[in-house]
Design a protein around this ligand. Sequence first.
Ligand SMILES: [Zn+2]
Length: 223
Amino acid sequence: MNYVEELELVETRLKKFYAGDDNRYKKHAWDLERAKQAEYQAIAERLLNVVGGSLGRRVEDNEDKDPILFGVGLGQFSSNSKLSTLHPTFLSYFIQTVRSLGYVVVGINEYYTSKKCPRCTEFIAQVTLRSFYCYSCKQYFHRDTMAAQNMCEIVLHRLKTFERPKHLQPLAADGSYPWMASSSTSSSNMAASSSTATGSTTAASSSSSSRKGQEEQIDPSLD
Ligand SMILES: [Zn+2]
């Protein structure tokens, strides 16, 4: 959950940075672009530090050799989830950068990740924009922390079982799970991802499922 805290700090700092009262970075487009790149680098460095990495080091040269996988919620992007259209965004920069260092990045369908309690897996109540409350667990959750926990669960469950956790899948009226690879009503297929990483990085398994003809994906080749 460090990642979420980092990302929130990042947002705060970026806003402070660009919304400064003297508009100092808006005077020159070139300065703005350069400042943005520098800020992006600083943010990426801090995020990599969370997992023991660094911008100047390939993943296989990290001291901690545990496999590292970055999951990105696809809902943050346009509805067609084409990351190629995200060129100017920080996430686009971050994904390209960490991939160039050998990290694995996967996109995660955010379905139900902001609707289910990550602890007991039941539906959760929204209290405010960013605050949720589980009546079963009697516990508050921050929206982004909760979604991140659910996305971690999706990745871990997929790596272990090649399936998304059932409580984070849509449930059809007949009691079936249309996204399940084993579901006969689904045109799902399983495909092992080819990691662009070298060295000890573990490749994530991925599958693509269809829902109402629209592709849902954990796509190892987002770019
Ligand atoms: Zn709960």
